[in-house]
Ligand binder design. Structure first.
Ligand code: NI
Length: 393
């Protein structure tokens, strides 16, 4: 029996499961129903299942033959705090929560791949160990980081790790494999400027937090335009500027905040240092006090050369060269698969979600995962395992 014999039936069941997950979205670290369903599915397949990693995370182990190589396949399980505007029968049953990023599809496809691989193992299709990693809290909370901190790679040693995300706008069932940076690192900052407030008609009697803030917004842009290699990419966006409450009073305090994006850890360091320098300099120039609170978010997601090469080959075999994109620009969005891929060489690919119904962008209240790409997703995972852990003989 080969994959094509049982795949149609498997895809039908996985699509039903996907819609059930869509109807019952759960937020970061609260994915108890989802994790329960995942663990039960994997147990029924006869896999060794480990639960409670990063609260709701689940890992399952599938061993074939005697091979010492091991790889990890990762799916995310969480939904978003967003009211769903779709009206189809599988719309969210939970007010204010929604699977608007397709993690329902990622979870379902990886379960389908696990089932397929269990069946194929008995025919000697691969040799080695596959870890199925179902992580909580991809959205903002960094469930991937928590899994790593709780010993994911010590408990389950593996040489490579792989991720996949559906991508609206790319043709349904196409696959994008980008070597090197694929998603940005995302940091946050807040700057609190404290001045000596004054009557607006007598500014010389105080100091001006608004003017200092305005100067700061301008000066921060020089981090990208002057302090960053023109062939590197970075974004500094000031997205908040709060201060003042009357036309005739210069306020005591102004607060600014925003985000910093880049693709290289070294550049992340340089941007943070540069921001501190500019904040201190502008504060001195305007006789105000300025405090910078800079917090590191998700690191850049970097696809390592060898796994990216493997994924490209696999994608070509599964969907054909004309549906594999290798030269797309990376995204300035962020992804916590980066926490896994910075420990173990990895590759994270985009699976085209199409542009039809539900093809609207991720995090839209009208979004839906496209069930027509489930088959491609399962085929991709299965072929990847066969290529990464080749059967002997
Ligand atoms: Ni997502």
């Amino acid at each position: 029996m080969n994959l094509s014999d049982f795949l149609p039936d498997l895809v039908t069941r996985i699509a039903q499961l996907r819609r059930d997950l869509h109807a019952h979205p759960e937020l970061a670290f609260q994915e108890t129903r989802t994790a329960g369903l995942v663990a039960e599915y994997l147990s029924r397949l006869g896999l060794e299942v480990f639960t409670g990693i990063a609260k709701t995370g689940v890992v399952a182990r599938l061993k074939a033959g005697t091979g010492a190589q091991a790889i990890g396949l990762r799916a995310d399980m969480d939904a978003l705090p967003l009211p769903e505007l779709n009206t189809f029968p599988h719309r969210s049953r939970h007010e204010g929560r929604m699977h608007a990023c397709g993690h329902d599809g990622h979870t379902a496809m990886l379960l389908g791949a696990a089932e397929a691989l269990v069946r194929l193992r008995d025919q000697g299709a691969f040799d080695g160990t596959v870890y199925f990693i179902f992580q909580p809290a991809e959205e903002h909370e960094g469930g991937g980081r928590v899994m790593v901190e709780e010993g994911l790679f010590e408990r389950f040693p593996m040489q490579q790790v792989f991720g996949l995300h559906n991508w609206p706008g790319l043709p349904a069932g196409s696959i994008a494999v980008i070597e090197g940076p694929v998603m940005a690192g995302a940091d946050r900052f807040e700057i609190v400027i404290t001045a000596r407030g004054a009557h607006a008609a007598m500014p010389h009697q105080g100091t001006d937090a608004i003017l200092a803030g305005a100067a700061l917004v301008q000066a921060l842009q020089s981090l990208v335009s002057r302090a960053t290699d023109p062939l590197d990419s970075a974004v500094v966006s000031v997205t908040r500027f709060h201060g003042g409450h009357a036309d005739n009073i210069l306020p005591e305090e102004v607060r600014l905040g925003g985000t910093v994006r880049s693709f290289r850890p070294e550049l992340q360091d340089a941007l943070e240092e540069g921001m501190a320098r500019i904040v201190a300099g502008i504060a001195a120039a305007h006789h105000v006090r300025a405090e910078l609170h800079y917090s590191r978010g998700y690191p850049p997601t970097l696809n390592a050369t060898e796994p990216a090469f493997l994924c490209r080959e696999v994608a070509r075999q599964v969907v054909g060269s004309e549906k594999v994109f290798t030269h797309l620009k990376p995204s300035m969005g962020a992804e916590d698969f980066s926490y896994l891929a910075r420990v173990v060489p990895g590759c994270y690919v985009w699976l085209g979600n199409g542009s039809g119904e539900g093809g609207c962008m991720l995090h839209s209240p009208h979004y839906d995962f496209n069930d027509e790409i489930i088959e491609t997703g399962i085929r991709y995972w299965v072929r990847l395992v066969e290529k990464a852990l080749p059967a002997r003989g």
